[in-house]
Ligand binder design. Structure first.
Ligand SMILES: Nc1ncnc2c1ncn2[C@@H]1O[C@H](COP(=O)(O)OP(=O)(O)O)[C@@H](O)[C@H]1O
Ligand SMILES: [Mg+2]
Length: 248
């Protein structure tokens, strides 16, 4: 169980108040795949940070299930690797001392293979391209086998081919392990390609949603996908980005 009830988050910047989130009420059922779409500055990253527990809301309530803290994997917009550790060291960092060493080695090797970096375990972050570094960051989250996987525009820096294969891998991981996924993107096509539900955000509010009953793998050129994209875009383009949206 993961629920947000009337969550708000305000910042004070140079004496002025900035509303990053306003009255956000959402339910994330176990094993669901939600994508969040909206233009830059609408509050997507703040929403993920609240879900990750990295940000304390100014108001509202987060409800989590009581059976212990969930394992959470987070992938940020930038890779944020530790430059003094090699790829293997970065991927295994969160598991150190928590599992037998042989299990950690096996998991790291499997996860690096999954993101296509089996041959780069000993490479240093400075030797990686941006896309490779981001794949290491994704491996670092997946290796934890998270129950909740939070991704903030994780594929934005990847080339189109790598992005498409990573999108397919993410869906395959979701189908195999059923983590609850919240995936933030500014790309409506990507939102429709991946999620079971697309949330539309504007000025800190969730202003609409679309439920996608389309089997995976999805064809982004299929008429149904096109229809969903058109509806989402029409709603997101309706109101000016600066004006706060009215009550839902
Ligand atoms: N730490 C912060 N301090 C001040 N303002 C912030 C901070 N984080 C986010 N904001 C503001 O909150 C709003 C939403 O930001 P963000 O959640 O990063 O949006 P998005 O990820 O959709 O681009 C923006 O106006 C941003 O400037
Ligand atoms: Mg952001």
């Amino acid at each position: 169980m993961l629920e947000l009830a009337n969550i708000g988050r305000r910042y004070r910047v140079d004496g002025a108040e900035v509303t990053a989130l306003a009255d956000v009420t959402l339910d994330f059922p176990p094993g669901s795949f939600t994508t969040v779409v909206g233009r830059s500055g609408c509050g997507k990253t703040t929403l993920l940070r609240v879900l990750a527990g990295l940000e304390t809301p100014s108001e509202g309530e987060i409800r989590r299930s009581e059976d212990g803290p969930p394992r959470i994997g987070v992938v940020f917009q930038e890779a944020r690797l530790m430059p003094w550790l090699d790829v293997r060291g970065n991927v295994g960092f969160g598991l150190r001392g928590r599992l037998p060493q042989a299990t950690i080695e096996q998991r790291c090797a499997d996860t690096l293979a999954l993101v296509g970096l089996a041959d780069f375990a000993r490479a240093m972050p400075s030797q990686l391209s941006g896309g490779m570094a981001q794949r290491v960051a994704i491996a670092r989250a997946l290796v934890l086998e998270p129950q909740l996987l939070l991704l903030d525009e994780p594929f934005a820096a990847l080339d189109a081919f790598t992005r498409r294969s990573m999108q397919n891998e993410l869906v395959a991981i979701w189908q195999r392990r059923s983590p609850t996924i919240v995936f933030v993107t500014h790309d409506v096509e990507e939102a429709v390609l991946l999620g079971e539900r697309v949330l539309e955000m504007q000025s800190g509010r969730v202003v609409g949603h679309e439920t996608l009953d389309l089997p995976h793998p999805r064809d982004p050129t299929a008429p149904e996908a096109n229809l969903h994209r058109r509806r989402i875009l029409a709603r997101l383009m309706q109101a000016p980005s600066s004006a706060p949206a009215g009550p839902a």
